[in-house]
Design a protein around this ligand. Structure first.
Ligand code: CDP
Ligand code: CDP
Length: 224
C-alpha cells in the first residue's frame, strides 16, 4: 500500500497541529504546519517594517523569501532566510496581523504552491485552513476539526503563561481570527465537501488522534 496525504483543517485552537503531529508520528509521515508559513511571512513584514497596506511590497518580499520547516525532536523549527523564528512567530503581535497577511492573494498563491510541492511525494500530514479545499483537493484523508470557541480558548489558555493574556481576551482573539479566515475572498476557512467533521469539544486528544488514524486505516484497507 503506497503512501497517502492527510489534510487537516479547522479554526484556531481546534487541536490541528497537535493532532497532525501525533498522526504523522504514528504513520511515519512528514508533518507540515502551513499556519507557521503564514506566520513566518507576517514576521518578516513586521521585521522589515513593510507597511501593511503595501500589498505589492508584501507580494515581492514573499516571492523572494525562503521558508524552511525542519522536523526536530521537540517540534518543528521554522527558518526564514536561514534565521530561526520558531518562537517569535507565536507572539501576540503576529496573532494580531497574520489573518490580514494570509488574505493577500499573492501571498497565498506563493505559499500554496510551496505546500503543493511539499506534498507531491505523498506521505504528508498537512494542517491549515484550506488544505482540503485548495492545497490538496485530492488528499486521500480529509478531516475538518472543530470545537466550541470557549473550549478552544481554554485549551490555549492552559498552554500559556496566564499573566500574558486573559481567557476572555484569548477567546475574543480566536473568534476575531476565525471571522477573518472564514470571510476572506481567497480560499476561506471552510469544510471541504468530502471532509469528515470531527467536533472535539467533548473528546480527549487521544480520542481525536485515534479517530483520524481510524480514517487512515479504512483508507489503507480500501487500498486507496
Ligand atoms: O495555531 P492557530 O490555529 O492559532 O493558527 P495557525 O494554524 O498557526 O494559523 C495562523 C493564521 O494563518 C490563521 O489564522 C490564518 O489566517 C492563516 N492560515 C491560512 O490562512 N491558511 C492556512 N492554510 C493556514 C493558516
Ligand atoms: O493547531 P490548532 O490551533 O488547531 O491547535 P493546537 O495548537 O494543536 O492546540 C490545541 C491544544 O488543545 C493543545 O494543547 C492540545 O493538547 C489540546 N487538546 C486538543 O488539541 N484536543 C483535545 N481533544 C483536547 C486537548
Amino acid at each position: 500500500m503506497g503512501k497517502f496525504n492527510v489534510a487537516l483543517d479547522g479554526p484556531a485552537g481546534a487541536g490541528k497541529s497537535t493532532v497532525a503531529r501525533m498522526v504523522a508520528k504514528e504513520l511515519g509521515y512528514v508533518y507540515v504546519d502551513t499556519g507557521a508559513m503564514y506566520r513566518a511571512i507576517t514576521w518578516k513584514v513586521l521585521h522589515k517594517d513593510i507597511p501593511l497596506e503595501d500589498l505589492s511590497a508584501i507580494a515581492d518580499m514573499t516571492a523572494s523569501t525562503r521558508i524552511e520547516l525542519l522536523p526536530g525532536l521537540t517540534g518543528q523549527t521554522v527558518l526564514v532566510d536561514g534565521q530561526d523564528v520558531t518562537e517569535r512567530i507565536r507572539s501576540k503581535e503576529i496573532n494580531l496581523h497574520v489573518s490580514h497577511i494570509a488574505a493577500i492573494p499573492d501571498v497565498r498563491e506563493r505559499l500554496v504552491s510551496m505546500q503543493k510541492s511539499m506534498a507531491a511525494a505523498k506521505g504528508v500530514v498537512m494542517d491549515g485552513r484550506d488544505i482540503g479545499t485548495s492545497v490538496l483537493p485530492d488528499a486521500e484523508v480529509k478531516v475538518f476539526l472543530t470545537a466550541s470557541a470557549r473550549k478552544r480558548a481554554e485549551r490555549r489558555y492552559l498552554e500559556m503563561n496566564a499573566s500574558e493574556i486573559s481567557l476572555d481576551d484569548l477567546e475574543r482573539d480566536i473568534e476575531r481570527r476565525d471571522q477573518l479566515d472564514r470571510g476572506r475572498k481567497v480560499s476561506p476557512l471552510r469544510q471541504a465537501e468530502d471532509a469528515v467533521l470531527l467536533d472535539s469539544t467533548e473528546m480527549s486528544l487521544d480520542e481525536v488522534v485515534n479517530a483520524v488514524l481510524e480514517l487512515c486505516r479504512t483508507k489503507e484497507l480500501r487500498g486507496n
